[in-house]
Design a protein around this ligand. Structure first.
Ligand code: ZN
Length: 476
């Protein structure tokens, strides 16, 4: 295996070779490396720190909406998978199966969880007795495995990390409310923490989760105009309740099947961050989830008092709750500027002998490269204010791009032209699967979400009356 060369940080051109740019960025910034088994990834400390910040923010929101965390087994009896017909059909091609344990062939093969509706269903059927036990609101943070043929770090790997919420309710209304509530939580989280504006809406039958009555998705626009499904929330109706016998004794003395939901987001969100905000110099991380929010680079570090002043500044910032660090390596300042820019740190602080003498520091924003000065005396306030501005600006820029790159189409040719130009395309759709398949065949675009509250005259494909307006895009 080739050793990393710390002096080579050439990144492919973001406009002309986005796939290479992505690979360069994720590996050179040490977010991730390829695992020895094809399709697996090693999430390195810098990448894992982003995931931990995502977890921290999202976990607080999941708990604030009344959910508790638990942990379910990785291994699921194969027979569970087969109980819900659509579910097994959707997942069978990508499950990994354990057939030998302790040197002996197992009586029943076991599935490495691709998702956990089945095992939650089995346990809920045991735990649920009466209406008093409802709702059951459980989330788990875990890894899952889906055997994939073509893989890319964070975007599609055979093993990834995620959270999966699984809930059971007494009525259809409550389960539907939960489904929409969690979609709303994801949207708020994506916009306020990841600075990524998203489209949310119902998925078509073709695109919905295997076994769901309805799937609602959150789609984000990437730098190249392609869409990334960044989270989903499923209304499962009574499909899994019937397959796993999740029943309860209701107030009226009769036994009823519960209504269930499931919802999840994964380490794909790190891929979304990279591709939504990154630029030619590398990563651009939103301060809320950046592992290092402010990097201090001492200038003329060998001069007396510089390293001491830098250390003092770092301590002050850390005490004020800023994730600050100081680069005390013997690399040149210019090298450090490049390195931390590539790593996407939102704010760089330069401090040298003249700054110290004048009682100030130089602040450089990663998003706009704008340089300002601030007094060392109120360093914490100045840095916090700047971090908030960077966070807001990243969201505003992503929102502007999202709004500028939505076009409408009346014909499949227009739709093709739209997606080739890096746009999301709104178009009328008659609701039939044939048209959806044909559109994909001819444009490589898929129905991302059904747009609420908008109307079109005709189906973009067959010209018959449109039932829905659909947002089409090429997707990761
Ligand atoms: Zn049609």
């Amino acid at each position: 295996m080739a050793k990393e060369n710390q002096f080579v940080n050439q990144i492919a051109d973001i406009e002309t070779d986005f796939p290479r740019w992505y690979t360069d960025v994720v590996t050179k910034t040490k977010l991730v490396d390829y695992g020895p088994v094809k399709g697996t990834m090693v999430i390195r400390p810098y990448g894992y720190a982003i995931w931990e910040n995502i977890q921290k923010e999202l976990d607080a929101r999941i708990k604030a909406t009344g959910h508790q965390n638990a942990y379910f087994p990785l291994l699921i009896p194969y027979s569970y998978m087969t109980r819900e017909a659509e579910h097994v059909e959707g997942f069978a091609p990508e499950v990994a199966v354990v057939t030998v344990g302790g040197g002996e062939k197992l009586a029943e093969p076991l599935v490495i969880r691709p998702t956990s509706e089945t095992i939650f269903g089995e346990m809920y059927s045991k735990w649920l007795q009466s209406y008093r036990d409802l709702p059951i609101l459980i989330n788990q943070w875990a890894n899952v495995m889906r055997w994939e043929k073509t893989t890319r770090p964070f975007l599609r790997t055979s093993e990834f990390l995620w959270q999966e919420g699984h809930t059971a309710h007494a009525t259809e209304e409550e389960a539907m409310e939960e489904t929409m509530k969690m979609l709303g939580v994801y949207k708020e989280f994506a916009e306020n923490c990841l600075a990524i504006p998203v489209f949310t809406g119902r998925k078509t039958e073709k695109e919905k989760f295997a076994g769901a009555v309805a799937t609602f998705g959150m789609e984000a626009m990437m730098h190249d105009g392609k869409s990334l499904q960044a989270g989903t929330s499923h209304y499962l109706g009574q499909n899994f309740a019937k397959a796993f016998d999740i029943q309860f004794l209701d107030k009226d003395g009769t036994h009823k099947y519960a209504y269930t939901t499931s919802w999840g987001v994964s380490t794909r969100l790190i891929g979304a961050l990279i591709m939504a905000h990154g630029d030619q110099r590398g990563l651009v991380l939103p301060p809320v989830v950046a592992p290092v929010q402010a990097i201090i680079v001492p200038i003329a570090a060998k001069k007396e008092g510089v390293l001491e002043a830098a250390a003092e500044l770092k301590a002050k910032l850390v005490a004020a709750g800023v994730r600050a660090d100081c680069d005390t390596t013997d690399n040149s300042p210019g090298w450090k500027f490049n390195e931390w820019e590539m790593k996407g740190v939102p704010v760089r602080i330069e401090i040298g002998p003249r700054d110290i003498e004048a009682g100030k520091m130089v602040l450089v924003r990663r998003d706009t490269h704008e340089k300002t000065e601030a007094p060392l005396a109120d360093a914490a306030d100045a840095v916090k204010k700047l971090l908030a501005e960077v966070q807001q600006n990243l969201f505003d820029m992503a929102k502007k791009r999202k709004e500028e790159r939505i076009v409408t189409a009346e014909t499949v040719e227009e739709l093709l032209k739209g997606v080739e130009g890096g746009n999301f395309v709104k178009a009328g759709w008659c609701g039939c699967r044939e048209c959806e398949d044909k559109i994909k065949e001819q444009t490589a675009a898929t129905a991302r979400v059904i747009v609420e509250g908008e109307h079109a005259e005709k189906c973009v494909c067959c010209g018959k009356e449109a039932k829905e307006v659909v947002l089409f895009a090429r997707a990761y």
